[in-house]
Design a protein around this ligand. Sequence first.
Ligand SMILES: Nc1ncnc2c1ncn2[C@@H]1O[C@H](COP(=O)(O)OP(=O)(O)OP(=O)(O)O)[C@@H](O)[C@H]1O
Length: 352
Amino acid sequence: MITFDAVTKRYPDGTTAVDRLSLEAPTGEITVFVGPSGCGKTTSLRMINRMIDATEGKILLDGEPVQGIDPPTLRRGIGYVIQQAGLFPHRKIVDNVATVPFLLGWSRKKARDRAMELLERVGLDLSLAERYPFQLSGGQQQRVGVARALAADPPVLLMDEPFSAVDPVVRTSLQDELLRLQAELNKTIIFVTHDIDEAIKLGDRVAVLRVGGQLAQLAAPKTLLSEPADDFVREFLGRDRGIRRLQFVPTAGLPLRTDLTVPEGHDGTADEPWLLAVTPDDRPVGWISKDRPGQLEQFGTFLYGQDPLRSALDAALLSPSGHAVAVDETGQVAGVLTRKALDQAMMEAADG
Ligand SMILES: Nc1ncnc2c1ncn2[C@@H]1O[C@H](COP(=O)(O)OP(=O)(O)OP(=O)(O)O)[C@@H](O)[C@H]1O
């Protein structure tokens, strides 16, 4: 566990970057620091591995003040990932990752084997191992940065806006990869971002900081969205806070209609305005409208019971029928969540 106990950082020019920050980042969890530019996120992060020293207060690592640990020893137990990956430009990818284990006294072969294992773990093609950083895309470099930070198997990982320099698609896949890795590794991670969506997706807990370096709120993402502590947090969360909340509402147990599916090629005659055409093994093909029976209209699906209500809403909005198609893990239709049932579920979510 990492503990901030009334930590203040004043720079020599008088700027108070962090102001009496107190919080706990539990072991094995991702704690996200989020807030507007200049609110002290990076300063807070760097005080943990003593790249910056606190002016007042204490930071404890499993109860031990970091101020009492010499920086090289401290940093051996702390991986650090930054925005532009910060790779050594003249070393091959495999050697970038092997550097830390090698410095820790591992044999060159063992360090390289470990590096290859980690490159695979972060989802990189091993054929890239012999390349130099400039021969990789930004997203690939970022994965190498994560592999390198994990090389010495540190219990703590500090990540400073690690995914903000890549495009949104790559960014989403890096986020997914981090969550997948974390489910295996259970590191204690502090993750800095200014992107509230990223904070909500990745954080077990999210600390919202305001300019001046004060903690505005520390809460689980769901609580943050439903009970923002004050106007600053509410505003920072943005206008679509209501939609984001649906991310945390389960679809398990929602009533599905199973009488709206018909075999492919059906002529659309029924009392229903919309019917869902399915293959013989129950995979959705398209919606048939009573008004345009010869035409298949597009549909949207969500994984029933696993995807949240936000995905069901998205599926409904993707289709002119306004209904969402619920599928199971095999892709077969579990039923149809009608617009009416969806509206009901959203109303209940807003009340709760
Ligand atoms: N070396 C320094 N000397 C003086 N002031 C500094 C120094 N480094 C940072 N600051 C100031 O401290 C405050 C917090 O900076 P910090 O980099 O921690 O913010 P941040 O939340 O990480 O910002 P960003 O999202 O823009 O990276 C800012 O007002 C910044 O200008």
